[in-house]
Design a protein around this ligand. Structure first.
Ligand SMILES: [Zn+2]
Length: 110
C-alpha cells in the first residue's frame, strides 16, 4: 500500500470518529516491517487535511520493532539487519509476531 492510500485511510478513520470536531493530535502505530515512511505520510497529510476537521493536527508516529518467533524452538527474538538467526537455536528467520502493524491508536479533539 502506498502512503497516499494510507493517509486517505487515516483521514477517513479520523472523520468517522471525530465527525466535524476539530482534531489536534493523531497517534499512529506503524510496524517496522511496513514500508511506510513517516515523512511521506506527513507530506500527504499536509496535502489532504486542510479542508478537513483534522487540519493542522499533529501526527505522532509510534514505531513497533520487528519480533520473530522461532519455528524450531518457539523462542522470540528481535531480528536485526544482519542477523535473522534465532539466538537460542540458530534457526534462520521465523514467524513474524510484531512489526506489521498499522493503525490509528487514538486521536485528540478540541
Ligand atoms: Zn530457535
Amino acid at each position: 500500500m502506498h502512503e497516499l492510500t494510507v493517509t486517505e485511510e487515516i483521514l477517513r478513520i479520523v472523520k468517522e470518529y471525530a465527525g466535524e470536531t476539530r482534531v489536534t493530535d493523531i497517534y499512529l502505530v506503524i510496524g517496522e516491517l511496513t514500508s511506510f515512511i513517516d515523512d511521506s505520510i506527513q507530506f500527504y497529510f499536509d496535502l489532504l487535511s486542510p479542508d478537513t476537521a483534522a487540519a493542522g493536527a499533529r501526527l505522532h508516529f509510534h514505531r513497533i520493532p520487528t519480533r520473530f518467533r522461532c519455528r524450531q524452538c518457539s523462542g522470540e527474538f528481535a531480528p536485526s539487519d544482519h542477523r535473522w538467526h534465532c539466538p537460542t537455536c540458530g534457526a534462520i528467520g521465523g514467524e513474524v509476531i510484531a512489526g506489521k502493524e498499522f493503525y490509528v491508536e487514538s486521536i485528540e479533539v478540541v
